[in-house]
Design a protein around this ligand. Structure first.
Ligand code: AMP
Ligand code: MG
Length: 404
């Protein structure tokens, strides 16, 4: 698609990635499994909500016609507990004790809470003014049976789980998620529980990526492949059969052991682009398998590059694929920032909420290997090539931490 080694602008790269959004279909999952998934059916109320006139207080239920004086009295004639069938108020001079959540008795229209009552023998005296209908949550006042409570396309958070449970949805139709493999490449990498030799490092990218995907409700499988062309061909061939998306880290730069671009070529993965005018994350390689449609996001191995590119490319792609809105927004600069380079810069910042606005402060890092900086930032500013931004200007922001 592009000349070899021709770097493309970030805006072109992200447009190519988003153009590859997919539809993986629908599936049914249990209520418990539906957390973080995208709802694929409208959810309707299976009955009125509330399903009956319910008391919102512990106290007594009366008929308002019985309020004939400043401190009216009612003879206690029964008890209505939450979870018991409806009782009947036989006379305006009577009352029935009701608990929060109980069905308001037949012929009653008003509830007075215990705090406003005085009990004298079997009689309750009302000490405070009463208004007709008080403390009753009327049947269908929230929703009528058949009303749409949740629209398809929303992400199921714990708030939606509660709604689904309340209407008896123990099976929920959701959008299917892509099957994802996370692959670390590099001979220098050892497992987390190993003691690295002086020339080795523990792998971290696959763990970060797995965690990021888990936040999206995706359980990825993780792999580690050595920098060996034959092994890479063999193993990646197998992964292309099994997965919809492969996220790789490392092996796409100019090094003599960066074998991934030639491996993809050999395996029939069509390069859509390689290398973007951006920092960090410049040697990003993106492609699609010609027959199977599997997508390859091959990020440069530096932990900050992998982490940034996941948020810059993969997450917008996933949101588009699932029909979710972008999670990016704009923030105000605490200090002027200048981008003198011809690259799009992703600058790690901390946010502060002040006077109703998010303000961003740039966090200095020691380069794209500065893994620790990632835990100190709330996200990245996206700075256009050769652009100066004044203090207080509004700049696009890509969050890396959750704002909930
Ligand atoms: P590469 O893109 O393969 O040239 O790797 C760039 C740098 O990132 C090297 O210093 C690698 O050791 C490091 N690196 C690559 N993969 C990982 C990983 N999975 N975890 C931590 N560091 C990595
Ligand atoms: Mg490498």
């Amino acid at each position: 698609m592009h000349q070899p080694n021709q770097l493309i602008a970030f805006q072109t790269a992200i447009a190519h990635v988003l153009a590859q959004h997919k539809d993986y279909g629908l599936e049914e999952v249990t209520l418990e499994e539906s957390l973080n998934r995208v709802l694929a059916e409208p959810i309707k109320a299976d009955r009125d909500l509330p399903p009956f006139d319910r008391s919102t207080r512990d106290g007594i239920a009366i008929n308002f016609q019985g309020v004939t004086s400043k401190e009216p009295k009612f003879e206690m004639k029964g008890m209505a507990q939450a979870g018991s069938p409806q009782t009947v108020l036989e006379d305006e001079s009577h009352c029935i004790e009701v608990m929060t959540g109980a069905v308001v008795p037949k012929n009653a229209d008003t509830v007075v809470m215990y705090e406003h009552l005085e009990k004298i023998g079997n009689v309750y005296k009302v000490l405070q003014p009463v208004s007709k209908g008080q403390n009753i949550h009327y049947q269908a006042s929230d929703f009528s049976k058949g009303g749409v409570l949740l629209h398809e396309g929303v992400r199921i958070t714990p708030a939606e789980i509660g709604v689904l449970a309340s209407v008896g949805k123990f099976k929920v139709r959701v959008k299917k998620l892509p099957r994802i493999a996370v692959v670390a490449t590099g001979n220098e990498l050892v497992e987390v529980d190993e003691n690295p030799l002086p020339h080795q490092i523990r792998k971290s990218n696959t763990y970060s990526l797995e965690g990021l995907l888990k936040n999206q409700g995706i359980l990825a499988q993780s792999y580690h492949l050595k920098d060996d062309p034959e092994l890479l061909k063999r193993e990646l061939q197998g992964l292309l059969e099994k997965y919809d998306v492969i996220l790789l880290s490392g092996g796409v730069s100019k090094g003599k052991f960066d074998f991934l671009p030639s491996t993809f070529d050999h395996l029939g993965v069509k390069k859509i682009f390689h290398k973007v005018l951006q920092r960090p994350g410049k040697p990003f390689w993106f492609g699609e398998h010609s027959e199977k449609g599997a997508l390859i996001f091959a990020f440069p191995g530096n932990p900050v590059s992998t982490f940034a590119n996941y948020h810059v490319y993969f997450l917008p792609w996933l949101n588009k694929t699932l029909g979710l809105p972008s999670n990016e927004f704009s923030v105000f600069l605490e200090e002027a920032v200048e981008n003198t380079t011809d690259l799009t810069l992703f600058k790690g910042v901390q946010l502060r909420f002040e006077e109703g606005r998010f303000k961003a402060k740039v966090i200095q890092t020691t380069g794209s290997g500065d893994l620790l900086s990632l835990s100190n930032i709330d996200g990245f500013l996206q700075l256009n090539p050769k652009e100066s931004y004044e203090k207080e200007s509004l700049v696009p922001f890509i969050p890396t931490k959750r704002f909930a």
